[in-house]
Design a protein around this ligand. Structure first.
Ligand SMILES: [Zn+2]
Ligand SMILES: [Zn+2]
Length: 169
């Protein structure tokens, strides 16, 4: 997904609107537990600020995660802002890795968005921070969906022990 910014470079305009949907990257590029399931939409612009070129704007996409606590899949919308400086072709210096190069008057929005997303994705996620009950440590049941009886059994056992104590008194 490449955007032509020649008008910026030739000072005919000082900003160019960019509004695109970029196909999400491959699941393989991410981690096993995360996949991007919508196009990544970006709304922003390329600007020329006294000869320096930037791409600024907001991105948004939906990803599917595996909950770290209950191991269930869930979807969440992720959004954020980006602000990246671009450098003109042929002016690459030694610290060029921090910048995106403009090639043939084009900005590669997919490259910028892909890199941004990798950094934006949380590593550990929980489907519902306040309410996810997780898995039962004893039987592994998903406690958001079912109620196992492990806890009750434990309580019963404690009561039994208490009863015995009382008898011995
Ligand atoms: Zn969960
Ligand atoms: Zn259980």
């Amino acid at each position: 997904m490449k955007i032509n910014i020649s008008e910026l470079l030739e000072d005919q305009k000082d900003n160019i609107d960019i509004k695109i949907d970029v196909d999400s990257m491959d699941k393989m590029d991410l981690s096993e537990d995360i996949s991007i399931i919508s196009p990544v939409s970006f709304t922003g612009k390329a600007v020329n600020q006294s000869g320096k070129i930037f791409v600024i704007g907001e991105y948004k996409f939906v990803a599917e995660f595996v909950c770290n606590r209950c191991l269930d899949k869930f979807q969440r919308e992720i959004n954020g802002t980006l602000n990246e400086q671009l450098i003109k072709e042929g002016t690459i210096g030694s610290d060029s890795e921090e910048f995106y190069e403009i090639k043939n008057y084009m900005v590669d929005m997919k490259e910028i968005l892909d890199n941004t997303l990798i950094l934006a994705l949380p590593i550990k996620v929980i489907c519902d921070d306040d309410n996810c009950k997780g898995l039962c440590p004893a039987c592994g049941a998903n406690l958001n969906k079912t109620q196992c009886h492990c806890e009750e059994k434990k309580v019963d056992l404690r009561l039994e022990i208490l009863k015995e104590w009382n008898l011995n008194d």
